[in-house]
Design a protein around this ligand. Sequence first.
Ligand SMILES: [Zn+2]
Ligand SMILES: [Zn+2]
Ligand SMILES: [Zn+2]
Ligand SMILES: [Zn+2]
Ligand SMILES: [Zn+2]
Length: 628
Amino acid sequence: MSNEWKWYINMSHEDADVVKIRSFVTKCLESVGTLIEFTAYNYAEVLISDEFVDHFDGENYYKLAFDFDVARQHEEAEFVTYGSYFLDKVIDLASQRGLTCKRHIVDSDVELRNLPQKIANRITFRNCRVTFMTNSPVIYNYLLFSFKVSYVSDEREDQIIKLLVNLNTGHVDIRMLEAVGSAFFTDSSHTNYGIENMQSVEYAYGVAIKTLEQQIQPKIREIRTKIEIRLAFEKNRIMEYYDQIDNELKSKLEKLNESKNKEGINAINDKLRLSAIERQRRINEIEEKNALNAYITLFNSTLISQTKIRNKYNVKRGKTERDTYVVWNPVLKDVEPLVCDICGTETFDVDLCSNSHLGCMECVSSCSECNTRICKSCGTFNECCVCGVSLCDRCKSVCENCGDVLCKGHIESCTCKEETRREEQKAEKRKKEDRILEFQQSLPQLSRSMKHYMDEYVKKNIDLLDENWKKALFKIQTALTVEDKLKAREILSELDEKYPDNAWVKARLVLTYERFSTKLMSLSRHAVSMAPQLAITHTAFAYMLQKRGALTYDQTVDEYEKVIKLAGNDETNLIANAHYQIGKVLQDHTYDWWGAINRWEKALEIDPHFSPARQAISYMKASLKGRF
Ligand SMILES: [Zn+2]
Ligand SMILES: [Zn+2]
Ligand SMILES: [Zn+2]
Ligand SMILES: [Zn+2]
Ligand SMILES: [Zn+2]
């Protein structure tokens, strides 16, 4: 402890009286080099040292009265009591200087022999040989901070928060804070035990403030919520009030508008503008009034010392070894956590790195390949960026692409490659979609239902299709329009061989033949089963049935009827043909000539350019004329 550190009576006693205040103020002022002289009972004159004049708002001379009667006799004197200006200033000074008192927790007897066993149950040294060496009582220190937190908004709320910082570990100790509340104290340790090294007071204060700021967050949230509810209510009241004023003004304005009173209108408009400004001002005002501020004052700190048992251990693995201490806390009747050499967190589970650092499981690990201990402090600690296993410098692999660390199993699958692969897949998919679209758009003129069928076919088979497929479709189309059935057949046969899953090709192929064959029959059947919703496949099937002859004419008519039912508005040629062919069947197999003519006329109705029907009708009528 530095020499400037001086210990003072704790002034936070609840039954504080004149004597306590006087003693506190005297000692405090003397500690900062200020002269205080009692010239009468409870009456003193003070000369503030230059260094602290600013703290007392530039005044360097004060007369002080410490009780009410004296204060009445000396009206020129500052009355020093709770809440008075001067006492507040002194307390403030004391807080800044960390004035405090010092207490020692009364020692309790500890059975030293049992400790190694108790410690072994509590602390884990991973994969180390641990040897207990010796133990001895040593004095450890805490700083107990008492903060007053004031939450100030429209209302004010105060809260006292105590925090105990272990000066050896630099951590806030919640368990010990509870225990301190019921511990017995003495002024000094009355022993000549050694004193363990300590963190600086500044450091401990920093730790306490950080913890405090976290601890008050729930309270701040709670108050904020309360404020928001109140604020909403008040804002609402303001809004309603000004809405009412505005509405009255607006109805006046309407009347003035009717009477075209220009002066009156201007006056009301001015009032409306003022009302808007006033409304905003009131809103701002209550928002300001309700803004929440939290003020933290350290009003007392106490240095608490405690005799603990320091147990020395030797920790060893292979050639690496070191000594370490485990501390037994007699008040808690428990081991204190160890502090990680590397990250400083408290832990009951430590590992020894090959450079003798004792660290927590986060900081020391074993290489997943060769098992050597690696440590974040030694800079040998690596993690595979894919699976997260620990790796030493010798066993780690590095991605050529991005430089990240990889384990052996993930050399080929670095996260960066994953990204590239995903990008590639996406591009691939886009390319495919473009190709599908290109193929779909390049289809020759087809009826709607066939276009739909072909689009689906392209989507499903895009990987099989090539430029020849596209060209072939056009060639077929051309051949069909110039009635070059042989040419069309040649191309369709090739296509059917290469793409056996296309019903349209099969049906078209069948329709290029003039004769029946079992092969063509099965081809047309196949086409129907692949695309039973297409009029063209039924046309091909009906055509084959028709070619086969008398035995299947019922079925033939059925199939042509299906064509008529399934064909779309844009497939008039298929419908006309179906009627025409049914007429032919009626003529050839049932001798129902009028029925036949009826069908042919229907064909012409649907397609006036369907010449076979026209011819058939004229032949039929001519021959009927001769007969009847
Ligand atoms: Zn650590
Ligand atoms: Zn390794
Ligand atoms: Zn290390
Ligand atoms: Zn890996
Ligand atoms: Zn990479």
